[in-house]
Every structure is written in C-alpha cells, then in structure tokens.
Design a protein around this ligand. Structure first.
Ligand code: DC
Length: 233
C-alpha cells in the first residue's frame, strides 16, 4: 500500500534481498538517489555489530555475551550526498566494516537470534517513514513483509566473485578462487541458518544481474516501482 506524502507525492517502500555480491547496495543506493528516497543498508548494521564484537574481544560462540554487547553498541548510519558513513560508538568505521576479518565473521554473528531481533527492530523503526529502499537478506520475508515492491537480486557465484575481486583491487591479498569459495560459503551459511535464512519472498520479483549493468538494473527497478505506484492509484 502506498501513502500520500505531505508534499503530494506517493511513496512506496522497496525491499531488495539477495546473496553477497549481487550488487544490492550499489543498486539500492542508486534507486534511492533517483527517487529521492532514504537508503538503509542492513548489511552495514550486521557488519558494525560484528566489528564491535571483534574489538571488544567477545567470544562469538558465547551468544549471551554477544547479545549483551550488541545491545550496548551505538550504531549510526548516515547517507550524506549519496556517501554512506557508518559510526560505531562515535567512531567512523565505514572502511573497517568491509575488511576480510569482518567478512569471515559476519555470517556467524548475524545467525544469532538475539542479534537479529535487535537489528530487525531498529530496521522496522527506520522504515516507519515511507520512501525507503532497504537491502539485506530478510527484508521482504521478515523485516518489511508488507513492502510495496520486493526484489530478489541475484547473479551467478562466478560473476559475484569476479565483481568483488575487481572492487577490492586485490588490496586484501586474496585470489579469485579463494574469494569465490568464501562467497559460496557465506551464501551457504546465510541460506541454511535457522533464523530468517536468505530466501526469496513468495511475492518478490527475481532480477538476475549477471548480464546487466548497474544502470540497467537500477532502471528496471525504478520502472517496476512506477508500475506499482500506478497500480496503487
Ligand atoms: O550485504 P552484506 O554483504 O553487507 O551483508 C553482510 C552479512 O550480513 C551477510 O553475510 C549476511 C548478513 N545480513 C543478514 O543476515 N541480514 C541482513 N538483512 C543483511 C545482512
């Protein structure tokens, strides 16, 4: 259901889910920019919690301690002029949350039910205003089951590994084969975890970005959004 805003424009909420490296964040950010919507990167929230847990030296297998620490973190995500900054307890950690150490631990931390509950509650609060593009793994299924438009953005493992490899400029000293293996392992953990696994919502539209440019995907989603808005009137 779309609602009428004070400025007279209809706005919808858009959920974008999919596996690592499918292009979700780039696409979601651009769609939000084009529509003048707010972009919410839920992966960055799980990453910030993971970094905090590492820095605090909390044992990732001690779920009670992890949950307690996670609840104590102050995580703020700003999107000024299209650039996202992630702030953990007052310090900018935008770069640190993208390191390999965080990549390797984040699936484990994000599988802990208390961590998910904490962040899902925050995410729902952020989406109380209309005109939000939110990306993650469980947005269409769990966080915003009533989102007006749900996209499941995917691409082959090979393509996703290749993209991440190019993005990193190999600054993380990792081969393409290793990266592919790590992405496949992360997919498996995200898909098989007991709480809110990565699955396509029944009413999500699948967009395979393997053979599309970012701009083509963005254009396609905006067009789907227009159709939804037209249908809601
Ligand atoms: O999208 P990303 O790669 O930044 O996400 C980092 C990790 O966080 C990913 O391995 C799965 C997890 N995640 C999640 O479980 N649920 C979300 N809504 C977003 C991310």
């Amino acid at each position: 259901m779309s609602t009428q805003h004070q400025d007279g424009h209809d706005r919808i909420n858009i959920a974008i889910d999919g596996p690592a490296g499918a292009g979700k964040s780039t696409v979601a950010r651009k769609v939000a920019e084009r529509l003048g919507y707010i972009y919410i990167d839920t992966g960055a929230m799980y990453r910030a919690v993971t970094l905090g847990i590492r820095r605090a030296g909390v044992d990732a297998d001690d779920h009670a301690k992890v949950a307690e620490a996670a609840a104590s973190f102050d995580i703020v995500i700003t999107n000024d002029g299209g650039k996202q900054e992630v702030v953990l307890d007052g310090k900018v950690v935008t770069e640190e949350i993208r390191t390999r150490e965080v990549n390797l631990l984040v699936s484990k931390i994000s599988a802990i039910p208390a961590v998910r509950q904490l962040l899902v509650d925050k995410q729902r609060q952020l989406a109380l205003v209309r005109g939000v593009v939110m990306d993650g793994r469980d947005i269409g299924t769990k966080v915003l089951p009533n989102a007006d438009l749900k996209i499941f953005l995917t691409a082959s493992v090979d393509i996703r590994a290749e993209r991440r490899y190019q993005e990193s400029g190999n600054s993380q000293q990792i081969t393409l084969a290793q990266l592919r293996q790590e992405i496949a392992a992360r997919d498996k953990m995200d898909q098989e975890r007991a709480v809110s696994p990565l699955t396509r919502a029944a009413d999500a539209l699948v967009v395979d970005s393997s053979d599309l440019t970012i701009e083509q995907v963005v254009e396609h989603i905006i067009e789907l959004g227009r159709t939804k808005l037209a249908g809601a009137k």
